[in-house]
Ligand binder design. Structure first.
Ligand code: PMP
Length: 289
C-alpha cells in the first residue's frame, strides 16, 4: 500500500509523522472518513466542506491544501483501488513545546486508503451482522465544551464509550456499537455512527446539537423525504428507541446498518430500513457506476 504524506506518495512502512506533530501530541487535527465507489470518492464535496469547517473551528482555515482531491485520486490510483475506505487527515503540524497554537500553520496532510468491497445495488456490505447496541454511561460533551460538528482526531469520548462495551460483553452477548446520550440524558449517536429509528411509520433521528451531523444521515433524511416518508428530528429517550418498530445506524462505511438489539431488547430492521437501504444503494449505483 502507498499513502500520501505531505504531498508525496510513500510506501506504508515509510508513512510516518513526527512525534512533535500536534495531531499526535494533542489530537489537534481534522479528518474525514470517505468511501470510494468505482474509483471516485462519494459525496466528496460534502466531506471537503465538513473538513474545511472543522479546520475553521480549529482556527486553521487555510490548512486544507487546494489539491487535496487530486492527492486522494493519486492515492487511489497508486493502489489500484476502485472500492475503498479513504481517510484524509490535516493536523496543525509540527510545533514545538507549548499548548498555544502558533499562528503560522504548516499542516501535516495524510491520505490513507484501504480496500472496501463494491457498493451499490450488487454491492457487499462491510459489516457481517446487524448491530448489537448497548447504551453507555459515557456522555457526549455539550456542544459548548467541544463543538459536536467538528470531526477532530480526538476520539477519546467515543473510545471510552467503546471500552464500556468490553465490560458489558460476555460469551453470549457482544455489543459492537455504543449508544451515547447527551448530558441531559437524551440519546445522541453511536461512537462512530448516527442513529435512526422508526415509530408508526415515522423516521426519527436525534436533532443536531450534541452529535456529528453525518453525511450519510443527511442523505438518508433526503431520500426519506423525497419518498414523502415522514421524518422527525428531536430529543429522544432510551425508552423511545427501545420501543421502536425498527432501528438502524448510519455512517459512510456502514451505509445503513440495521440494529438487532438495543440493551438486549430486540428491534431489528424492517420494511422502512430495507426500503431506505435500497434507495441508498440505487443512488450509489446511478451516481458511481
Ligand atoms: N457520528 C460520529 C461520532 C462519527 O464518528 C461518524 C462517522 N464519521 C458519524 C456520526 C457518521 O458520519 P458520516 O455519515 O459522515 O460518516
Amino acid at each position: 500500500m502507498q499513502y500520501h504524506v505531505n504531498g508525496e506518495l510513500v510506501a506504508r512502512e515509510n508513512a510516518t509523522v513526527s512525534v512533535d506533530d500536534r495531531g499526535f501530541r494533542y489530537g489537534d487535527a481534522a479528518f474525514e472518513t470517505c468511501r470510494a465507489y468505482g474509483g471516485e470518492v462519494y459525496r466528496w464535496q460534502r466531506h471537503a466542506e465538513r473538513l474545511q469547517r472543522t479546520c475553521e473551528t480549529l482556527g486553521m482555515p487555510d490548512a486544507v491544501p487546494d489539491d487535496l482531491a487530486l492527492r486522494v485520486a493519486e492515492t487511489l490510483d497508486a493502489n489500484d483501488l476502485e472500492g475503498a475506505y479513504v481517510r484524509t487527515s490535516i493536523s496543525r503540524g509540527v510545533q514545538l513545546g507549548k499548548l498555544t497554537p502558533d499562528e503560522d500553520v504548516d499542516p501535516t496532510v495524510v491520505v490513507y486508503v484501504r480496500p472496501l468491497p463494491r457498493g451499490g445495488v450488487d454491492g457487499e456490505r462491510v459489516w457481517d451482522d446487524p448491530a448489537v447496541v448497548q447504551s453507555v454511561k459515557t456522555r457526549r460533551p455539550p456542544d459548548a465544551a467541544l463543538p459536536a460538528d467538528a470531526k477532530t482526531h480526538n476520539y477519546l469520548n467515543g473510545i471510552l464509550a467503546r471500552l464500556e462495551l468490553r465490560t458489558a460483553s460476555s460469551d453470549t452477548y457482544q455489543p459492537d456499537e455504543a449508544l451515547i446520550r447527551d448530558t441531559d440524558g437524551y440519546v445522541a449517536e453511536g461512537s462512530t455512527s448516527n442513529l435512526f429509528f422508526v415509530d408508526d411509520g415515522v423516521v426519527k433521528t436525534p436533532a443536531e446539537g450534541s452529535l456529528l451531523p453525518g453525511i450519510t444521515r443527511e442523505l438518508v433524511i433526503e431520500l426519506a423525504e423525497s419518498e414523502e416518508f415522514p421524518v422527525e428530528t428531536g430529543r429522544y429517550t432510551l425508552d423511545n428507541v427501545r420501543s421502536a418498530d425498527e432501528a438502524f445506524l448510519t455512517n459512510t462505511t456502514w451505509e445503513l446498518r440495521p440494529i438487532e438489539t438495543v440493551d438486549g431488547i430486540e428491534l431489528g430492521g424492517g420494511p422502512m430500513t430495507s426500503l431506505l437501504q435500497r434507495l441508498y444503494d440505487e443512488r450509489v449505483e446511478t451516481r458511481c457506476y
